[in-house]
Design a protein around this ligand. Structure first.
Ligand SMILES: O=P(O)(O)OC[C@H]1O[C@](O)(CO)[C@@H](O)[C@@H]1O
Length: 568
């Protein structure tokens, strides 16, 4: 495919490039004073309020972005995704995470087959299994109920479920149904993570869920073997069938590992790892912890946004608007990062999850047709809940670099506190910051304002805030399972829209492979040197020096199963 097919060669892209100069002449202070403009930049859907008036954009900018979407065939690409076409072309796969939350009677085809039926077969199996475990009908090898769950998985087989678990953990309805149960996540191959995750647990009352799309990921498989050892050394090898289950697309390898195929929960190639939280990857551990009915509400929330994304006109389409504005910030205004700032501690794992969804999806260097891109794609995503972030990195955001921010606020707290004698409730205190920060970034503070306040002349430059820093605000009515599902789907689709405009494949991840294969060479060398005393060969000076220091100085680790017992 020729480079002329790239989006940067379209009139719509060139038009926006020229338009940047106009926008740079206008400060957000002025843009914010135009009430009509601000009104047109508010979108409401299902009690979620989205405000993008603090973007460095006019109504004209937004129209030009719609032209760009048209030039990039965004609507056609959305349709192709929902129609189950193989839009992940480098892996020849369709991209159908929307089917994971479709109602039972929906029809979504992949390769001529309605996949919604398969989805519900697995969901029914999860419901049945999780109810048996939670009710105590399913017991461990010594007859005790399994009250604790350790989910082993990494990347997409970990971050999404962790985000949802952390968000549900403080929801009153979810607390009630999780009473007496624990859900933990073992991700890192670092043995410290093993120790931390089994500390205080007994193999007798623990169910291990091995979550891996491929069932070959080195970290997950070593952690799975480690916990298999933990269980079988305590309860005997036959206990594994009672204490270990799996979620995977590779059921052959699950069986080979020693997990009963009846206790395996399938998902499919058309679910990308980082888009898999609504498959058994998330639904199984979360149903074990909270019960299936709560997880079903989460799925319904995600589906409501899927419908909105599929059918709302672009002017009212929250994920589309978010995606187009992100492209505007990255490709035209030149801002490479994005801060995700939920004003809710329950969303503390949201930014780490979106970091993977976004950076693994859109961090690409070539177009979907393999043409090297003359423009950057993807953003550097990071974030922390407010107000913690304010006491950490907001200094840079206010007076250092320009970083477009996503402010996410919740109207009704999961855990309200209203102390007598306080000016406002605790949640109001939090939300005061949610409402204040976007304006601080947009308006800033001028030297003239400081002089009126009698700030000493020599401090004026230090106390000046340039402002003109863009943000969006998203106000959710509450943080129920349903709303958590909505938030997830809004971001998933936003990221897809960005990739559709940039003309890349947002659904593969070849960039993670090189490091994995180099690590495998090192693993072989460590084995050869430790077990057979072979010299280090085939590495550059730097790696050789580091490796020999590591081999010389590291302590000998005895191969004894008791070394996997927790020491913390
Ligand atoms: O679910 P799996 O196959 O263990 O893969 C885990 C993760 O590894 C990756 O392939 C990246 O290394 C992710 O895309 C994926 O979510």
């Amino acid at each position: 495919m020729a480079s002329s097919s790239l989006i940067c060669n379209t009139e719509a892209w060139k038009d926006l490039k020229v338009h940047v100069e106009d926008i740079k002449k206008t400060h957000l202070r002025e843009l914010m004073s135009d009430a009509e403009r601000c009104k047109s930049m508010l979108v409401e859907f299902d009690d979620n309020l989205f405000d993008y008036s603090r973007q460095q954009a006019t109504v004209e900018t937004v129209n030009k972005l719609f032209n760009l979407a048209e030039a990039a065939c965004v609507k056609e690409k959305i349709n192709r995704m929902f129609n189950g076409e193989a839009i992940n072309s480098t892996e020849n796969r369709s991209v159908l995470h929307v089917a994971l939350r479709a109602p039972r009677d929906a029809v979504i085809n992949s390769d001529g087959k309605n996949v919604v039926r398969d989805v519900w077969t697995v969901l029914d199996k999860i419901q049945e299994f999780s109810e048996r475990v939670r009710s105590g009908a399913w017991v461990g090898a010594t007859g005790k109920p399994l009250k604790d769950v350790v989910a082993i998985g990494i990347g997409g087989s970990y971050l999404g479920p962790l985000f949802v678990h952390t968000a549900l953990q403080t929801d009153p309805e979810a607390i009630e149904s999780a009473r007496g149960r624990q859900l933990r996540f073992l991700a890192n191959v670092d043995p410290i993570d093993v120790a931390k995750n089994i500390a205080g647990l007994s193999p007798e009352t623990t169910l291990v869920v091995v979550v891996s799309k491929t069932f070959t990921t080195a970290e997950t498989m070593l952690n799975a073997r480690t916990l298999r050892e933990w269980i079988s050394s305590a309860l005997g090898p036959q206990a594994v069938t009672k204490h270990m289950v799996a979620v995977s697309t590779n059921l052959t390898l699950v069986e080979k590992f020693g997990i009963d195929p009846n206790n395996a929960f399938a998902f499919w190639d058309w679910v990308g790892g980082r888009y898999s939280v609504c498959s058994a990857v998330g639904v199984l551990p979360l149903s074990l912890q909270y019960g299936f009915s709560i997880v079903e509400k989460f799925l319904k929330g995600a589906w409501s946004i899927d419908q909105h994304f599929y059918s709302a006109p672009f002017e009212k389409n929250i994920p589309v608007l978010l995606g187009l504005l992100s492209v505007w910030n990255v490709s035209f205004l030149g801002y490479p990062a994005r801060a995700i700032l939920p004003y809710s501690q329950a969303l503390e794992k949201f930014a780490p999850h979106i970091q993977q969804v976004s950076m693994e999806s859109n961090g690409k260097g070539v177009s979907i047709d393999g043409v090297p891109l003359p423009y950057e794609t993807g953003e550097i995503d990071f974030g922390e809940p407010g107000t913690n972030g304010q006491h950490s990195f907001y200094q840079l955001i206010h007076q250092g670099r320009v970083i477009p921010c996503d402010f996410i606020g919740i109207v009704n707290s999961q855990q309200p506190i209203n102390l007598e004698g306080e000016v406002v409730s605790n949640h109001d205190e939090l939300m005061s910051n949610f409402f204040a920060q976007p304006d601080a970034l947009a308006y800033g503070k001028t030297p003239e304002q400081l002089l009126i306040e009698n700030v000493p002349q020599h401090l004026v430059p230090h106390k000046t805030f340039p402002g003109n820093r863009p943000s969006i605000s998203l106000l959710l009515p509450s943080l129920s399972a349903y709303n958590i599902g909505q938030l997830l789907a809004i971001y998933e689709h936003r990221i897809a829209v960005e990739g559709f405009v940039w003309g890349i494949n947002s659904f593969d991840q070849w960039g993670v492979e090189l490091g994995k294969s180099l690590a495998s060479q090192i693993r072989k060398q460590l084995h050869a040197s430790r077990k057979k005393g072979e010299p280090i060969e085939g590495f550059n000076f730097s790696t050789r020096t580091m490796l020999s220091r590591y081999l010389q100085v590291s302590a000998h680790v005895p191969s004894d199963p008791s070394t996997v017992l927790p020491k913390v």
